[in-house]
Design a protein around this ligand. Structure first.
Ligand SMILES: [Zn+2]
Length: 168
């Protein structure tokens, strides 16, 4: 049986189809139709790369947050008037962020939702204890939360694309 590789989605097709089963590449179309299809396919495929870039940023943010919490623990530990509960909480947060950063690429959605929920919990708790704390570094907070949510959105879009076109 003659096999052909679809120029757009790279899946193997057998015999001589009019259209690719997977992505509807027009084997019978004109050169112009073919190149328009490939162009559209590549531009949609861009979401996979965008998602991977966003995930790389999330990983950096999580390592940064983990490092920040470790630093806080060290500073608290060397100061005499810090409460052991604060110390334990910051140590726990450092572990959560670093753990999620390490395993992020294995399960992007789970290990983005987990630190996101943790962060929102911490911000809320701090705001209840001291409402002014919410305003502290508000831009950084919005940037961090926004990056995590945006990355989750891209992950979902990329996953949808990969499922639709049977890409790994
Ligand atoms: Zn195809």
């Amino acid at each position: 049986m003659e096999t052909l590789t679809c120029p757009a989605c790279k899946i193997k097709v057998y015999e001589n189809p009019d259209f690719c089963d997977n992505c509807k590449y027009p084997f019978i179309g004109s050169e112009k139709e073919k190149s328009i299809h490939i162009g559209k396919f590549i531009s949609k495929k861009g979401v996979v790369q965008d998602s991977s870039n966003a995930l790389g940023n999330v990983q950096k943010i999580l390592f940064f947050l983990g490092g920040l919490n470790i630093l806080t623990v060290i500073i608290m530990y060397s100061s005499t008037n810090s409460h052991w509960l604060d110390l334990a909480l910051n140590g726990f947060l450092a572990l959560v962020f670093i753990f999620c950063a390490i395993f992020l690429k294995k399960a992007p959605l789970l290990f983005t939702i987990l630190p996101l929920a943790t962060l929102l919990g911490v911000y809320t708790l701090n705001a209840v204890i001291d409402p002014m704390s919410l305003v502290n570094g508000i831009i950084i907070k919005v940037l961090i939360v926004g990056s995590l949510i945006y990355s989750m959105y891209l992950s979902l879009k990329a996953r949808k694309f990969q499922k639709l076109y049977k890409l790994g």
